[in-house]
Design a binder for this molecule. Structure first.
Ligand code: DC
Length: 223
């Protein structure tokens, strides 16, 4: 099986790019952030905030996360309910970042991610795919862009979805998540040593897709 690991900070365009590239290559696309988001939502639903002052293991015992591919699109289920849309709010993003710093949560999701890569040709995106989840991935890419450019893109995306947000809040959420994701003790966001760095700050979406496709094809040709 072929696995492509794409890691990088929030809003770098990983999911949009990976979706397009996966269709082109005929691989499944696994958005691992959605799994952390579903768990963040669970903690939110049972009344906890980002401080997570609770017995993490106990909440996880009552948590079941599944993903299904419907018409080629990943949908995420929390205890049987399709939460693919509910996990996209700014509050759910911060909760995802908070739960993702907990070792029990990372452990809880590890087998599922590895199984998906064992059974399918995958493009998997996240923060620790090349470093922890799939250390033997066929291709590893670290996809990034400046915080301002990422905030810009995320802001436009949220506005298009009809959400009421302002740019400064989106930028500060991104900076806060960058800090949390790269400073946590376990599986922090960092490029794998054998990853290829792709900075898309000055690229259009089409150029970013081309760049990632060319990196993957070159690596696969040289295997
Ligand atoms: O990619 P995203 O923004 O949907 O991810 C939501 C949060 O989940 C992000 O702040 C960090 C965390 N995450 C992680 O720690 N490891 C992953 N493989 C994917 C996401």
């Amino acid at each position: 099986m072929i696995s492509v690991a794409i890691d990088g900070p929030a809003g770098a365009g990983k999911s949009t790019i990976a979706k397009t590239v996966s269709k082109e290559l005929g691989f499944i696309y696994v958005d691992t952030g959605a799994l952390y988001r579903a768990i963040g939502l669970k903690f939110m639903n049972v009344g906890f905030d980002e401080e997570l002052n609770c017995d993490i293991a106990k909440v996880l015992e009552e948590t079941k996360v599944d993903i299904k591919f419907i018409n080629g699109e990943q949908r995420v289920f929390l205890n049987g309910e399709d939460v693919s849309d509910l996990i996209r709010t700014p509050k759910a993003s911060l909760m995802a970042s908070a739960v993702s710093a907990k070792p029990q949560v990372r452990e809880f999701l590890l087998d599922m991610q590895r199984r998906l890569a064992r059974e399918n040709d995958v493009i998997m995106d996240g923060r620790d795919i090349g470093t922890v989840v799939l250390p033997d991935a066929t291709v590893k890419i670290f996809l990034t862009a400046s915080a301002k450019e990422r905030a810009n893109r995320r802001y436009k995306e949220l506005i298009e979805k009809g959400m009421e947000v302002n740019y400064e809040d989106v930028l500060s959420d991104i900076e806060k998540r960058d800090y949390n994701d790269s400073h946590r003790a376990i599986a922090p966001l960092k490029p794998a040593e054998d990853s290829v760095l792709a900075d898309t700050s000055d690229c259009t979406l089409e150029q970013s897709v081309e760049l990632i496709l060319s990196i993957i094809k070159e690596r696969l040709d040289n295997k």
